[in-house]
Design a protein around this ligand. Structure first.
Ligand SMILES: [Zn+2]
Length: 331
């Protein structure tokens, strides 16, 4: 009997060595520990042994059984945990966020102007009437104020309706040469529809120095259009009116949807107005105590949403604020 048990131990060890996966280990378990397995068979044979040997053989069979059970459990566990990870499987890329299209355009505009030596200036979003209107050549009763339906907080303060007040603040403190851009949020009492938003973003540029000419303004505009929309973009600079510039201009670029032949996006004109500009009005320079005889300057300003809508051919401004991940993922 002892020899039988020793042979069984060796046999079990060999079977365990040969078993490599869960199915084979299960085979080993059935063969030795199953109801009709070898160990149960041996337990039955104990009854035929002499009375004084039964106890010690019973213990020996029991220890073989316990050892086999423990080994099988360990092997099955380690097999399961090693199967949890397939190290050769390609990894899942973690979800990465995207730059919001407005932030992207905003950064592009700022990068362009800082490359040309402009520095970034900022100012408060709650402004005095003086900075938002009066100093910009729009007195209390100036009809041009109607162009800006502003959010007034009291008689003298309002949410700024453009970023131009920053220009005044800088010119008040600093003597020319001044070369700044003013990026920021603006507020107007406009409806929230496809082409308006009560909160929007602007970037303005201001260059004041001795002998700054309209030609320089035209040059920077052409560079900017090439940078933002590509070197083959056609654009048009037309006369316009703003109280704070004289002469004033408006830049339109050819509609990318119809290629200039006219469509619903460009109101069948073939052009999309993008930017206002002009030479700083002498009254504005006078208001900040800069001599208009000695100095001249140009200013230009654009809506960031407008530029993004033209560049990406988006016909509803509200999509920028809807936080629809399917829209944002495209940029
Ligand atoms: Zn068009």
């Amino acid at each position: 009997m002892e020899q039988v048990l020793n042979e069984l131990k060796v046999e079990i060890e060999q079977s365990l060595q040969q078993a490599t996966d869960v199915n084979e280990l299960e085979g080993v378990r059935i063969r030795y520990l199953g109801r009709k397995g070898m160990i149960n068979k041996l337990f039955k044979e104990i009854a035929q042994l002499p009375q004084d040997e039964r106890r010690s053989y019973g213990q020996m069979i029991n220890s073989i059984k316990t050892e086999l059970e423990n080994t099988l459990n360990e092997r099955l566990q380690s097999n399961a945990s090693s199967h949890q990870y397939d190290l050769l499987l390609p990894g899942c890329k973690p979800y990465a966020g995207y730059i919001h299209p407005l932030t992207g355009i905003f950064n592009d505009i700022v990068t362009f102007f800082t490359n040309y030596g402009f520095s970034v200036a900022t100012g408060p979003e709650i402004e005095y009437d003086w900075y938002n209107f009066e100093a910009l050549n729009m007195a209390q009763d100036h009809p041009a104020r109607d162009m800006f339906s502003s959010f007034f907080l009291n008689n003298d303060m309002l949410l700024r309706s453009h970023t131009s007040p920053v220009q005044i603040r800088v010119m008040e403190k600093q003597k020319p040469p001044i070369k700044i851009i003013c990026p920021g949020r603006c507020y107007r009492r406009d409806p929230f529809d496809a082409s308006h938003s009560p909160v929007f973003h602007q970037v303005e540029a201001l260059y004041v120095d001795k002998g700054v000419s309209f030609g320089e303004l035209k040059w920077i505009l052409s560079e900017f259009v090439k940078w933002m929309f590509g070197p083959k973009t056609t654009y048009e600079l037309r006369p316009s009116f703003f109280p704070f510039t004289e002469p004033s201009g408006e830049l339109a670029i050819s509609c990318a949807v119809c290629g200039g032949s006219g469509c619903s996006v460009c109101a069948h004109s073939g052009w999309l107005e993008m930017l206002g500009c002009g030479m700083v009005h002498p009254n504005v320079l006078k208001n900040v105590k800069i001599s208009s005889k000695e100095y001249s300057g140009y200013a230009l300003g654009m809506g960031v949403e407008r530029v993004a809508m033209i560049k990406y051919i988006i016909d509803d401004i509200r999509t920028f604020y809807a936080n629809d991940i399917r829209f944002l993922e495209q940029f």
